[in-house]
Design a protein around this ligand. Structure first.
Ligand code: OOG
Ligand code: MG
Length: 256
């Protein structure tokens, strides 16, 4: 099978915000390795067209997320400059069925490489930790997919929004930070940093390890989204989502 042409198919559906059938319906023999190749090729297409590769995201690092999509293994995806929201407004144009989830993002000042990275090394390489919202949008019909499908679709990456205030990596117990998510004023999700693999730092370690196996690594300046702390919440135009991060302020996203 031609991974280039599958990457082109995925890219087109991502760009147009069009739902598609699961790739595994047509190609049940696709492997996870091939799916990561499709992901890389589709992101390379965007970069060739002028976009910029700015970081990575981990996905399915919390039980809540794994249960909600029925895939119980962490995955990674690639973040592009065009995905970053510059203001607290999410336009649903070009999206299929967006969902919002609260996350903690790490911004690196140094690179991270290798299979045996320690928490200490992650802290030393981290410039700051920032409260973040990720907007995921599966390109698959009904937001339904297998591990292979979601990896090929860049781990459902669509948009991300970082808080303006960065915090020292030593400034909080990141596992104990509580989050409360409200949609249109009502509490819809609650959780704590520990939902992410016990501690969000472990998500960065796992990402570094997964990338090292492919001969890849994290570069200085990159953003890492460590994974949804709670289930993702579907949004539509007119909604307003607000997440408060205990002791760190809150983030709001209006949907239009
Ligand atoms: C896959 C992406 C998961 C997270 O933070 O767990 C993710 C999906 O749920 O569509 O971004
Ligand atoms: Mg996420």
């Amino acid at each position: 099978m031609d991974l280039e042409s599958l990457a082109r198919r995925v890219s087109e559906h991502q760009r147009k915000g069009l739902a598609m059938k699961k790739l595994t319906l047509e190609y049940p023999e696709l492997t996870v390795e091939q799916a990561y190749r499709i992901q890389a090729l589709s992101v390379e297409r965007s970069v060739a067209e002028g976009d910029r590769f700015v970081g990575w995201k981990m996905g399915l690092t919390s039980r809540a997320k794994q249960v909600s999509v029925g895939v119980d293994e962490p995955i990674y995806g690639r973040l592009l400059a065009s995905m970053e929201l510059r203001e607290s407004l999410l336009s649903v144009g070009g999206l299929v069925h967006p969902r919002v989830e609260p996350e903690l993002a790490f911004v690196l000042k140094e690179g991270l490489h290798g299979e045996s990275v320690t928490p200490r090394e992650v802290w030393r390489a981290t410039e700051c930790v920032v409260p973040a919202l990720e907007v995921i949008d599966s390109r698959y019909e009904n937001f339904s997919f297998t591990l292979v499908d979601v990896v090929a679709d860049n781990a459902s990456s669509a948009r991300f929004y970082l808080g303006e205030q960065g915090f020292s990596p030593y400034g909080a117990r990141w596992d104990e930070v509580g989050v409360v998510m409200r949609k249109n004023g009502e509490v819809v999700q609650t959780g704590a940093g520990a939902a992410v693999l016990g501690h969000p730092v472990r998500s960065v370690m796992m990402l570094t390890r997964m990338l090292a196996r492919e001969g890849l690594g994290l570069e200085p300046g990159m953003v890492v989204l460590t994974g949804g702390i709670t289930e993702a919440v579907p949004v539509q135009p007119g909604d307003a989502v607000e997440v408060s991060y205990e002791g760190l302020g809150s983030l709001e996203l209006r949907v239009g």
